[in-house]
Design a protein around this ligand. Sequence first.
Ligand SMILES: [Zn+2]
Length: 60
Amino acid sequence: MSKIKCRNCGKELIYNVISDIPTFPFCSERCKLIDLGSWFDEERRIEDPVPDDQIESNDT
Ligand SMILES: [Zn+2]
């Protein structure tokens, strides 16, 4: 048996194999979505200020 802590809320999870936890390394789908959501927010903040000419050059 192994133990991990949920990446989002820190709740302790006990498992024999990783596939015991479909939402690994999170305790639940909710924590998984929260973590992914904050990650995507971070990405969007970086990619947001795209210059107009860069979008046009992708067209060719
Ligand atoms: Zn959690």
